[in-house]
Write a protein that binds this ligand. Structure first.
Ligand code: HEC
Length: 115
């Protein structure tokens, strides 16, 4: 019985730790992601957004995401939408390849470079 209470408190403490530690981080970023290679905004990120998103998000549908500053501003919302939160993008699916989503995630982790 005592053991049960001990583990229960341990669980509570770790739950609190996880919640408070995650507060400052970008949501949904995978901590195990391998981002050893520097992602190029101009060669990888911009083409991915231009090919898959700008037909709707080029000034019509909000958010407008056509250049480095707009894509940086909306980076978290874009990443979440690629993972289906709150709605999957591109609208109507299918989701982009995991490798492209990971590239975008690495680009955020590397400081959203304009390179
Ligand atoms: C066919 C048109 C279309 C395409 C292509 C498209 N979107 Fe969207 N997008 C929409 C519409 C419509 C909404 C509003 C959906 C809603 O609020 O339910 C939206 C909403 C969004 C939002 C805001 C979601 C929120 O409420 O927080 C983001 C971010 C987004 N899209 C990103 C993207 C990205 C990134 C791509 C490319 C991978 C993309 N969209 C491709 C039509 C599109």
């Amino acid at each position: 019985m005592k053991k049960g209470i001990f583990f229960l408190s341990l669980l509570c403490v770790s739950a609190i730790a996880v919640v408070s530690c995650n507060k400052d981080k970008t949501p949904l970023v995978d901590p195990n992601l391998d981002c050893t290679e520097t992602v190029s905004f101009n060669q990888q990120i911009l083409p991915m957004i231009s090919n898959n998103c700008v037909s709707c998000h080029g000034g019509g549908q909000s958010p407008t995401i056509t250049n480095h500053s707009e894509i940086s501003t909306h980076a978290t919302a874009i990443l979440n939408s690629l993972k289906g939160v709150p709605v999957l993008m591109p609208d109507g699916g299918p989701a982009l390849a995991d490798s492209l989503i990971q590239q975008f995630e690495c680009w955020i982790n590397q400081g959203k470079l304009d390179n």
